[in-house]
Write a protein that binds this ligand. Structure first.
Ligand SMILES: [Zn+2]
Length: 278
């Protein structure tokens, strides 16, 4: 069958119309709105977040959001002048634990780690209490996250401002549900807030035996790990473990043996645990 010139033109025209209408339906910058004030660049403000979220929940889930968000921030940072900070404004969709939240911004979900503080982990005393306090303060609220850095896990470290102007990071210290993360932050204000919460016995400071989250992550809370220790074992078993192994958590302080190297453990007749050591 031969196509006339007229038919060809009509087919081409149809293509153009289809491509144009796709472009209009899914314009990527539909909700994007950049504004600059006081040397700070703010990307996007959702006006109707709650209804937007409900209507678009299914669509949001489909986005491999974190990867996209990371990429987008890299781009934003490369575009921003050095002295201006990047602020991500949006509604808090999810509170993962005391110091980690997810914010919906410009159709993407950003995972934010609160900068300068460290909250008790899940499974640690006050872990769920601290998560609850963070939820009460920010869940479903419009916040401004000032991105300060990206950590080794690719999360954005941020100072998060609540609608009432209070800084979430500071409020958690004030209420006694976070440690000042001194290893990575030297803000004297944070140090003072933690100290006064300790003296006031606020939040977790009611208890005397708190284990800092960074120690908890490094090892089990059933014994304190001496400096330099890499592996542990029970004197009543023949397996050695990483301190973070679930089996290591079952060893009591009275029975634990410490090793600094695998060789040291194996010389003493211990075999590597198949769960935690490859
Ligand atoms: Zn193990």
């Amino acid at each position: 069958m031969k196509m006339t010139n007229r038919t060809r033109t009509i087919i081409k025209l149809c293509f153009v119309i289809i491509i144009f209408s796709i472009g209009f339906c899914e314009h990527p910058n539909k909700y994007h709105n950049k504004s600059t004030s006081n040397g700070k660049t703010t990307y996007d403000h959702f006006q109707n977040n709650r209804s937007y979220r409900n209507k678009n929940n299914s669509r949001i889930k489909k986005i491999d959001n974190l990867k996209l968000a990371n990429k987008q921030l890299e781009l934003l940072q490369s575009l921003s002048p050095r002295d201006s900070s990047v602020i991500i404004s949006g509604v808090v969709l999810n509170v993962l634990d005391g110091d980690t939240i997810e914010i919906l911004h410009n159709d993407l979900i950003y995972r934010i780690r609160l900068d300068g503080i460290d909250c008790p982990e899940k499974g640690q005393s006050y872990g769920s209490a601290s998560k609850q306090v963070t939820s009460d303060l920010c869940y479903n609220k419009q916040v401004d996250a000032e991105i300060l850095d990206i950590d080794s896990y690719g999360r954005f470290l941020a100072k998060v401002k609540l609608p009432n102007g209070i800084i979430l990071n500071e409020e958690l210290l004030r209420k006694g549900y976070a440690w000042h993360y001194k290893k990575y932050n030297n803000d004297i204000r944070y140090a003072v807030l933690e100290d006064s919460a300790r003296y006031g016995k606020n939040g977790l400071w009611v208890s005397q035996n708190n284990i800092p989250p960074w120690e908890f992550r490094n090892g089990p809370d059933n014994f304190i790990l001496p400096e330099g220790v890499k592996y542990v074992a029970s004197r009543y078993s023949k397996k050695y473990h990483l301190p973070s192994c679930k089996w290591a958590k079952k060893i009591s302080q009275d029975n634990v043996i410490y090793f600094t190297t695998k060789e040291e453990a194996e010389d003493k007749g211990y075999k590597p645990c198949k769960v935690c050591i490859q």
